[in-house]
Design a protein around this ligand. Structure first.
Ligand code: CA
Length: 276
């Protein structure tokens, strides 16, 4: 009887250990706190390829996967103008198309109001195709990320620096973006980072303060992807899943970036109205 009892106890301990191992394998809780995002006011701007072609929109999927189901949405500068003057806890800006100078100025004002923002953008190419367009590459908004646009080009791999950084491990384990498909002839904007600490990824396999394509502000409130996350698809529009975990890699990175900027006490900030 005693032996059976010991076997039963050890079996129970083994089951507990197995359960703990499975849980910890699903989510690494040692690198951050999972915020309850359902309580916050969120604005999504998306004009991504995916949205425009009727494919799954990665940023929207990321929000909904984080229990953000009631949020404002704009798909172009005119729709965004409907929300000027509102305050938001978080803005997710998924941009791969033309913008407006008012729109960029409004986002800058939101950052000046200490707003929280995760952004992927094509606006660094604002004056590339037509010299009469606004000079977005020289807009002061980029300095808020500790980033300055330096070049642009076709789709290129994006490597994590370093791979074990919490930005790439919590709550999802995110692979390098090595299988993206060309969405336009201008897809990637390797730039210069003010400091190596703020440079989180780039187009070279080893870290450098140049050729940076993911940069944060060092303030914990905003992150810029200087490449088009909507290109993380194959030629048949199937989302990239380089790490084979069954989840679109772009959704995984959006979620990690959102969770990274939603740590600590959250205060809503105004998206300014009546800009000059
Ligand atoms: Ca994946």
């Amino acid at each position: 009887m005693k032996k059976l009892h010991l076997l039963s106890v050890s079996g129970g301990i083994f089951a507990l250990l197995l359960f703990a191992l499975l849980v910890s394998g699903c989510q690494d809780t040692s690198t951050g706190i999972m915020p309850d995002l359902s309580q916050y006011s969120v604005l999504l701007y998306t004009d991504s390829w995916n949205y425009r072609e009727g494919s799954p929109d990665f940023a929207a999927q990321a929000l909904e996967g984080l229990n953000v189901t009631d949020y404002d949405v704009a798909h172009n500068p005119t729709e965004l103008a409907n929300f000027y003057g509102n305050s938001y806890d978080l803005i997710v800006f998924d941009n791969s198309w033309y913008g407006s100078s008012v729109m960029v100025d409004a986002l800058l004002g939101y950052l000046e109001n200490e707003g929280r923002l995760v952004m992927t953008s094509w606006l660094m190419a604002g004056n590339v195709e037509n010299s009469t367009r606004d000079p977005y590459p020289s807009h002061p908004i980029w300095a808020y990320f500790g980033y300055s646009p330096a070049s642009f080009g076709d789709v290129a791999p994006v490597y994590k620096w370093p791979a074990e950084d919490a930005l790439f491990t919590f709550p999802n384990s995110v692979p390098d973006f090595s299988a993206m498909t060309d969405g336009s002839r201008i897809d990637t904007f390797p730039g210069n980072a003010e400091s190596s600490e703020e440079a989180r990824a780039g187009v070279s396999s080893s870290p450098t303060s140049e050729a940076v394509t993911i940069v944060d502000c060092g303030c914990g409130r905003h992150i810029l992807n200087a490449f088009l996350l909507c290109n993380a698809i194959d030629e048949n529009n199937v989302p990239n899943d380089v790490d084979g975990d069954g989840k679109a890699d772009a959704v995984e990175l959006w979620q990690n970036e959102i969770v990274a900027v939603m740590q600590g006490e959250i205060t809503p900030a105004e998206l300014p109205a009546n800009l000059p």
